[in-house]
Design a protein around this ligand. Structure first.
Ligand code: SAM
Length: 176
């Protein structure tokens, strides 16, 4: 089972890494829990995308409830269909939390993510390890090395790996 330590570590890590990023794209945002957390503590703008219309609806309802430091909005969009022309301004960071292994074409999603980032913008991918993930659900997950390789192949540089908590890691890559 996912534990509170993992949730806390991921939140703190994202807050620190997103930091002063003004514009963030949250791929596979689900019901907006991560976006809600980030806009509650940071003055940033988050664009969430997900292919599940029900989750998108729930996310947008959540954001309406209280004034926050930042602003978030979510739309139904498949990561593989991302297009730079959809957005007026490029993003400083793309986050993909617990969603990478769900994407139908990870290579395409990574290249499209890079296209919507500013120069020096970064992608942050957080996932459970394959071993830990197996205990939570039956989804097959990528190994840490495979994600690193995919991120490099998509053209990201200065790749860093973070062990956030037992069973939970993150990879960051930069668009140089
Ligand atoms: C396990 S949930 C993670 C939700 C959230 N990011 C979190 O950390 O709680 C994975 C999400 O990815 C979404 N998803 C799956 N494939 C996708 C795709 N190709 N493009 C966009 N979203 C996708 C699913 O609909 C689901 O909401």
């Amino acid at each position: 089972m996912e534990n509170s330590n993992q949730i806390k570590c991921l939140k703190q890590f994202l807050k620190r890494e997103v930091g002063h990023s003004k514009r963030i794209l949250d791929i596979g945002c689900g019901d907006g829990a991560t976006a809600l957390y980030l806009i509650s503590s940071l003055n940033c703008t988050i664009q969430g995308i997900d292919l599940d219309a029900g989750r998108i609806h729930r996310a947008n309802e959540k954001f309406k409830r209280k004034p926050r430091k930042g602003f978030a909005v979510c739309n139904v969009l498949k990561a593989e269909n991302l297009d730079r022309n959809f957005f007026k301004i490029p993003f400083n960071a793309v986050i993909v939390t617990h969603a990478f292994h769900h994407l139908s074409n990870v290579r395409e999603a990574l290249v499209k993510s890079k296209n919507v980032l500013t120069r020096n913008g970064k992608i942050i991918i957080a996932e459970y390890t394959r071993q830990f993930g197996e205990k939570i659900d039956n989804c097959p997950r990528f190994s840490i090395e495979k994600i690193k390789l995919l991120v490099i192949k998509a053209g990201f540089q200065k790749i860093k790996r973070f062990n956030l908590a037992p069973g939970l890691f993150a990879i960051i890559g930069f668009k140089i």
